[in-house]
Design a protein around this ligand. Structure first.
Ligand code: GLA
Length: 392
């Protein structure tokens, strides 16, 4: 991690010819349980991982904004006036990856920062959060800049407002219709704990994971598969949930019960019914996981994790053969619980595994993927880590 801080500083100097005034960072995340529940005003339980995006930044004397990254040759330059004037998604497409950081500056303006009166900035990013693995590299990017600008522009926004800012950047500027899961995890997480979030109120509370004490670790299996329909599929699932809520006569599925859903079984189409059943049962699984973690510890949550995977595979239909294989093999060769994590249609599986079984699980998955002719997955252990903040 220290290395990336240095790389961010060095990258900044190489691009801009002077030293940054500070370095801030934000983590990627895995979601332990609670998938697609966030935009249904439900419950989620993510944790920040020990992979981060670092933003080296300095304010300028004029209103110019320059954005660069070690992962890209494209450097973007524009003025704060341009940023402020960007209406919604106007021009976001042309910015490529830089739409995320530019969107953050824009969204700070939306929640009250006076962009016309503030100085511009140079920022350079370095990251070890894999892109496209379902580990929220975009929220890490947004979060690192949000905390940096909040400090250097002396805006004084609290963490919850910054979650809102990053969520607006992603939804209203970049145009991805996501919930608040990723941004909350990136900004509000605490080391060693998962974050239990009520997405209706935004309230977030740390829940001790106790992995060390139980000799358990979370292995991430990045299948390296990103399906083309991931965006369309996500939007479609969102629409199904909204349709189900409408048909049940509630504002969101948070207000529906399984009894209500069951009573509507004959009038609702089968797909919508199953989509809603995933959300309702998943909300309950999050509550159960929190209770079990608090009362019995992580060794007892394995069945809940797998039940969640089954529900995503069969009812919500967002899994893939690669994700299903990774879950199956992990469970057969030593993991006590496993599920896909994130939006689905590709990305990663998390496997709750006794530390001494990690290599056995990895080797078994390598073998099974090779046997099926699938691309070799990337596997690494993640530890619950702190949320966004200043590093230097
Ligand atoms: C993506 C979105 C989140 C959430 C998850 C599914 O990660 O960004 O808001 O909806 O998918 O749980």
């Amino acid at each position: 991690m220290t290395e990336l801080v240095d790389e961010a500083a060095a990258g900044f100097e190489a691009r801009y010819g002077y030293a940054p005034s500070g370095i801030w960072s934000a983590p990627g995340r895995v979601n332990l349980i609670g998938e697609h529940t966030d935009y249904n005003q439900g419950f989620v339980l993510p944790f920040a991982i020990d992979r981060r995006t670092f933003a080296a930044l300095a304010l300028r004397d004029d209103d110019v904004v320059r954005v660069s990254s070690g992962a890209s040759d494209d450097a973007i330059q524009l003025s704060l006036a341009d940023v402020a004037a960007a209406g919604g998604q106007t021009g976001a497409g042309a910015l490529g990856w830089a739409a995320y950081p530019v969107g953050v500056a824009w969204a700070l303006g939306q929640v009250g920062a006076d962009l016309a009166g503030l100085p511009g900035f140079d920022v350079h990013f370095e990251s070890d959060v894999p892109v496209g693995a379902g580990l929220s590299s975009s929220a890490a990017l947004e979060g690192s800049l949000a905390v940096a600008l909040n400090e250097v522009w002396r805006l004084g926004f609290d963490g919850h407002t910054l979650v809102d800012v990053c969520h607006r950047a992603e939804n209203d500027f970049v145009g991805a219709p996501t919930g608040i899961l990723d941004q909350s995890a990136a900004l509000l997480s605490e080391a060693g704990a998962a974050l239990f979030i009520d997405c209706r109120t935004g309230e977030a509370e740390p829940v001790d994971l106790g992995l060390d004490e139980a000799d358990l670790a979370i292995l991430v299996i990045d299948t390296k598969v990103t399906h083309e329909h991931s965006n369309g599929g996500y939007r479609e699932r969102r629409e199904s949930c909204e349709r189900a809520a409408r048909e049940l006569g509630v504002a969101s599925l948070r207000d529906a019960s399984l009894e209500m859903l069951l009573a509507a079984r004959d009038t609702m189409d089968g797909v919508t019914y199953r989509r809603a059943r995933h959300i309702l049962t998943e909300n309950q699984r999050v509550l159960d996981t929190v209770a079990v973690l608090r009362e019995q510890g992580p060794t007892e949550i394995g069945d809940l994790l797998f039940a969640s995977h089954r529900s995503m595979r069969d009812d919500f239909e967002i899994s893939t053969p690669e994700l299903d294989l990774a879950v199956e093999i992990a469970l057969n060769y030593g993991a006590i619980g496993a599920r896909m994590t994130g939006g689905g249609f590709g990305g990663s599986v998390i496997a709750l595994t006794p530390t001494w079984m990690i290599s056995q699980v990895q080797v078994s998955i390598d073998g099974a993927f090779a046997e099926h002719g699938y691309t070799g997955p990337e596997m690494f252990v993640v530890w619950p880590s702190r949320g966004a903040g200043r590093d230097r």
